[in-house]
Write a protein that binds this ligand. Structure first.
Ligand code: ACO
Length: 374
């Protein structure tokens, strides 16, 4: 390696895989999922249909969809060992993302199949949310779809169609997004010949970080902290001047508005208009406008725009989810995308193994240390 070797420490601009799953056009602000514009697919498909689309390349036929739904429903029952682990986690007040990572590892006790991972992820998150509240986990219902069953397992109440549609839209919107950090993690693990559960557990660890999937909670907390429109500018200006990042803004690839933010903003508006707190929705829109103006002022030329996490926070809050469940709910969706990438990676595998440039010392020689026996 020579001194003028090009190093891309964040791998910006490096193309490390060919994929048929999704295309992220950061300049046009477009996201295509298996051929569909995200807005079109997300607002209409069920999560089962989108998952099948990614795993098989085409939407399912009626019979395929029926049998896939049944297959997922048949795998929802949590293994006793998983429930025992979740109880331990709840006793230690472990963060839900960590509990999901720990409990997903126990899936290997019963299966290493994709369908089991996708079916069990929401069951784990819902059971854990209840255990944290001191409540008993709710048994899954095989007659409900994937999204509806998640809401049912969280609350014990069958959700209405409007809420299910809002959750399906969210899950479809974030199911896949090019070679993001957690997806890359998953592909790296699969490329070594490792198994699916290991890859998904690793990906959950990558998704947890605040620079990736951990942003929606802090984004909503900022809106709550602001509380009323008149305070938005002062609070946000102080944050930027203190060198803090505004959560829910900026993206490594999108240099215009993240198209997923539009899909989720529309879904949030529908949900809040029918059954929610329109004051909060209006405040969030005001916070967004103010943040964009300030980012333009302080970070001119950086093109920092709204990302998916800002409206994720609002939508999931509107669905009644607590902030600590936001990132695990993201993981529930992305698990299907990670698995699609695992399938693709396996189909044309090459061990992912980049190189590094050594910048450490040279010429050292081993010497016995004074004071060490001998
Ligand atoms: N608020 C304030 N300043 C920001 C923000 C932000 N949200 N994002 C980037 N910047 C600034 C940086 O401070 C830096 O400024 P400087 O050059 O004056 O030091 C400049 O913009 C470039 O920042 P980078 O870190 O190089 O940009 P990168 O491409 O690595 O950032 C990231 C992408 C991590 C998403 C960043 O925008 C960020 O931290 N956003 C807030 C967290 C967030 O919303 N994460 C969710 C992303 S969406 C997802 O993963 C699902």
């Amino acid at each position: 390696m020579t001194s003028d070797t090009l190093i891309s420490s964040g791998l910006d601009g490096v193309v490390a895989a060919r994929t048929r799953l999704s295309q992220v056009d950061g300049d046009a602000g477009e996201l295509i999922i298996a051929g569909f514009p995200v807005g079109d697919l997300a607002a209409h498909a069920t999560f089962e249909e989108t998952t099948w689309l990614l795993w098989h390349g085409d939407l399912p036929t009626g019979a395929e969809l029926e049998s896939f739904r049944a297959d997922l429903a048949a795998h929802r029952e949590l293994p006793p060992a998983t429930v025992a682990v979740l109880r331990e986690c709840a006793g230690a007040r472990i963060d839900p993302m960590d509990a999901l990572r720990i409990a997903l590892g126990t899936v290997s006790l019963v299966s290493t199949e994709a369908v089991a991972i996708v079916a069990l992820a929401p069951a784990i998150v819902a059971a854990y949310a209840r255990l944290l509240e001191g409540l008993t986990p709710v048994a899954p219902r095989a007659d409900l779809g994937h999204a509806a069953n998640y809401l049912y397992m969280l609350t014990g109440v069958e959700p209405d169609a409007e809420r299910v549609r809002a959750l399906e839209t969210y899950l479809n919107t974030v199911i896949d997004h090019g070679l993001n950090a957690s997806t890359f993690t998953c592909r790296v693990i699969i490329s070594t010949g490792s198994d699916l559960v290991s890859a998904i557990v690793g990906a959950v660890g990558a998704l947890k970080g605040p620079l990736h999937g951990g942003a929606p909670g802090p984004a909503l907390e900022t809106v709550f902290k602001i509380g009323e429109a008149a305070r938005a500018e002062g609070v946000l200006r102080a944050k930027i001047e203190a060198g803090e990042r505004l959560m829910g803004f900026g993206h490594r690839v999108y240099k215009v508005r993240d198209p997923r933010a539009d899909v989720l903003a529309a879904a949030a508006e529908r949900l809040f208009t029918r059954a929610g707190d329109m004051r909060l929705y209006a405040l969030a829109r005001h916070v967004e406008r103010t943040a964009l103006a300030l980012l333009d002022e302080y970070k001119a030329g950086r093109r920092l725009k709204t990302n998916v996490e800002f409206y994720t926070a609002l939508l999931l809050h509107g669905l009644g989810l607590d902030v600590p469940l936001f990132t695990p709910t993201f993981a529930i969706s992305r698990a299907s995308g990670w698995i699609a990438h695992a399938i693709e990676q396996r189909a044309a595998n090459r061990l992912i193994r980049p190189t590094s440039e050594y910048v450490g010392p040279r010429g050292r020689r081993w010497q016995a240390h004074a004071g060490i026996a001998g």
